[in-house]
Design a binder for this molecule. Structure first.
Ligand code: IPD
Ligand code: CA
Ligand code: CA
Length: 263
């Protein structure tokens, strides 16, 4: 199954690389002024689902643009056909294809493909995390002040602005803070040590399914913002190399209480 996911991600990624910034049609998702979807989001998704269904017609699919199909299976493929659509639509070369696979509700494998850099991140539960076939692991940084961390903002940031508080706080508490615009790539970068930590408040399962397994298999930690067991279905995500995790939880805890006091 991982081989099939790799093939599908590579194929969709190759098409996206050629067409980045040249999408002919850019729509806005219903009622959401800033949430873009290009015709290529849909085409990439169709391409990936087509491959999966050809080989595993009985498996369930949960994909960003087409939602959840009606299949009841022990296997669920969780697909983001372009993670980083805003970057993609504007020709910013930071976007990826993400495919995660669950078996009986547990993540067992995943792929994130960044076609711009030809970087294929792959993972199997209990088998480790890899970048273009080489094993990867999280960084060894122990202090938040020596760390580079990242976050992202939801499309409904105007009505859901808590993360601005955290963003501000991490600017002071970490060495540097980045906002790359692709949750899947943020997670891969934690897995391979380019970032030491990453959090976000309002994600969907397809943004993080493959990425959080990559982080865990690379030796990192995935929890909710309070440091409790993480779930790809619970919107919030905190990942790190493990060593700075508690320090990040503390910054988030303080941020939440001051934000709630001011609300
Ligand atoms: C978005 C990206 C972005 C994150 C948003 C996601 P999309 O996914 O991952 O980095 O901050 O919350 O919705 O819409 O480009 O697939
Ligand atoms: Ca996404
Ligand atoms: Ca997407």
């Amino acid at each position: 199954m991982l081989e099939l996911a790799i093939k599908a991600a590579r194929e969709a990624g190759a098409m996206l690389k050629d067409l980045a910034g040249k999408a002919e049609r850019i729509d806005r998702k219903a009622g959401e002024e800033t949430n873009l979807v290009t015709e290529l989001d849909r085409r990439s998704e169709e391409m990936i689902i087509g491959r999966i269904k050809a080989e595993y017609p009985e498996h369930e699919v949960l994909a960003e643009e087409s939602g959840r199909d009606s299949k009841k299976s022990e296997y669920r493929w969780i697909i983001d056909p372009i993670d980083g659509t805003t970057n993609f639509a504007h020709g910013l070369p930071i976007f990826a294809v993400s495919i995660g696979i669950e078996f009986q509700g547990t993540l067992v494998a995943g792929v994130v493909y960044d076609p711009t850099r030809d970087e294929m991140f792959t993972v199997g539960k209990g088998k480790g995390a890899f970048l273009n076939g080489d094993r990867i692991s999280v960084s060894t940084t122990t202090q938040l002040i020596e760390s580079v961390v990242a976050t992202g903002f939801p499309y409904d940031i105007r009505s859901n602005s808590e993360n601005i508080e955290h963003f501000r706080n991490f600017l002071f508490e970490a060495r540097a803070l980045r906002r790359l615009g692709s949750a899947a790539i943020d997670l891969c970068y934690v897995a391979c040590g380019r970032l030491d930590g990453y959090w976000e408040l309002s994600l969907n399962p397809w943004d993080m399914a493959a990425g959080v397994l990559l982080v865990e298999e690379a030796g990192g930690k995935f929890t909710d913002l309070d440091g409790r067991l993480g779930s790809i279905y619970s919107k919030t995500v905190l990942t790190s190399n493990g060593r700075i995790h508690d320090q990040m939880v503390e910054v988030l805890r303080k941020g939440r209480s001051s934000w709630q006091r001011r609300k």
